[in-house]
Design a protein. Structure first.
Length: 308
């Protein structure tokens, strides 16, 4: 089970200020976004919720079951976020909510023109290779995701800023919201290109590099080799990769190797040392440290859980 990154809990509404027990709402406004804090204190089912703007939602405590148009219902729990287009109705169940076990969720509502300006910024400044420009846009094929450390930190900062009386909060909210949107867009771009790497391996430099990484995932992959494959200098290659995907080439390689490691550990005939070598790690201790950092447990413990 991957390590989860949780949004910090917010003080619950005092009972005397509650106007309803299901989806009680507090609102904190800034120039370009609105922070909504929702709480539910009793079981409820098929509760509709619609926003007129794009939403970045993150679960703080408790559990919901979400129903989005054209998607299978899914559990929504702390450490996870959901993005929803403007004017799309969410249908929500609260199967476990109670006075002593309330759900709490935040929703950041972002204005359309702010998103448009952020996309213009990305198209102008995050396309360092003119021959292979990425048309930056929000995608909703991956609307539900686990928070990484960077996204969680930015959401926590936005919650603190939006609730602050600081007269400069609009400026701080603007900077952090722009970074949050960029990180979500970069993550979506990486998922899209990685998913196409086999069928579109020669379409773009992006596809070619990711395809090469996966073809050689179990081998030593020198960064200089990737630079040559991309026909870029080392400095430009790092800048290009980080701009497009939000992480470094080494972070991507290690992430994909750990995915492979979990598949191999599911075979009881593989030892941790064997899996480390098969995944391209020459140092087993380094592999164990990376695995524990990502999954919260050692590879050996993960393997034992697989066979329970």
């Amino acid at each position: 089970m991957p390590v989860k990154h949780y949004v910090q809990q917010i003080d619950l509404t005092h009972p005397k200020y509650l106007q309803r027990l299901v989806e009680s709402r507090r609102v904190f406004n800034s120039n370009n976004c609105e922070l909504n804090v929702f709480e539910s204190y009793e079981q409820a089912y098929r509760v509709p919720l619609t926003f007129g703007d794009f939403i970045i939602s993150s679960m703080v405590q408790g559990k919901k079951i979400m129903h989005l148009p054209g998607q299978a219902a899914f559990d929504y729990q702390p450490g996870e976020s959901v993005i929803v287009p403007a004017n799309e109705t969410m249908i929500i169940d609260f199967p476990e909510a109670a006075a002593d076990n309330p759900t709490q969720c935040i929703a950041l509502s972002v204005k359309e023109d702010y998103i448009r300006n952020t996309l213009v910024y990305l198209n102008d400044y995050y396309n360092s290779e003119p021959s292979e420009k990425n048309d930056w846009r929000l995608q909703f094929n991956k609307y539900h995701f686990s928070n990484d450390a960077d996204v969680t930190e930015l959401i926590n900062k936005l919650i603190r800023i939006c609730r602050s009386p600081d007269p400069g909060r609009d400026i701080y909210a603007d900077l952090n919201m722009k970074e949050l949107l960029i990180r979500i867009l970069q993550s979506q771009h990486l998922e899209l290109v990685a998913g196409e790497r086999n069928t579109h391996s020669n379409n773009t430099r992006f596809h070619f590099v990711l395809h090469y990484i996966h073809e050689h995932l179990t081998e030593n992959i020198p960064i200089d080799a990737l630079c040559r494959k991309a026909y870029l200098s080392r400095n430009i290659f790092f800048k290009w990769f980080k701009e497009q995907f939000g992480i470094t080439p080494l972070q991507y390689i290690n992430r994909e190797r750990l995915k492979l490691a979990k598949q191999l550990l599911a075979d009881r005939n593989n030892t941790v040392s064997q899996v480390s070598l098969q995944c391209g790690f020459n140092d087993t201790n380094y592999f164990i440290r990376l695995f524990r950092s990502a999954e919260g447990i050692t590879p050996g413990t993960y393997q034992l859980i697989c066979f329970k």
